[in-house]
Design a protein. Sequence first.
Length: 194
Amino acid sequence: MRLAPLLLLTLALPGTLSAQVGSETPSRDRISATASLFFKAGKIADENRLHVGGWAGLVFGDRLAVGGGGFTVVNDVELPGSAGGTGFDLDVGYGGLFLRYWEPLTPSLLGEAGLILGAGHAEVQDQLTRSEVGSDNFLMAEAEMSLLYSLLPGVAMGASVGYRMTSGVEDIPGVSVGELNTFTGTLFLRLGGE
């Protein structure tokens, strides 16, 4: 009698295991990883500047990505100094939570909506002495609309347009409220997420 339950379990186990091995996780329940490298253009204090950055995150159900990342300005923005004095350099960086959602438009083309919510830091230095003359932290949000083209499985190239809004820019010499707000254009390369 003691062997009967063990015998039943032994007979049932291979079928249960083979059913689990043969089944695939439905794509809507799948979680994968993705990362992107970004080259972004936008105005800072009325000067066009290139930003570089990236993000990494998890993709839920092949459509929604959640992650974190950030951007920095490649070249400082030159600000005028006082009459007869040296000028100033403005350096800006920001980052935070990235949310992306995409839908297939064709077999190789995706439409994507994205949002960045986070904070940034701006610092002004004297061009001659390189000493800090002011800095401030700020809140930011940037919404984007993108098109992605699949180059290879798991590799896509994209382009997006967006708008960055900032709040809390008050103590940066030579920079007024709203001068970090701008329309942006971005080229990016994304790995994973399929």
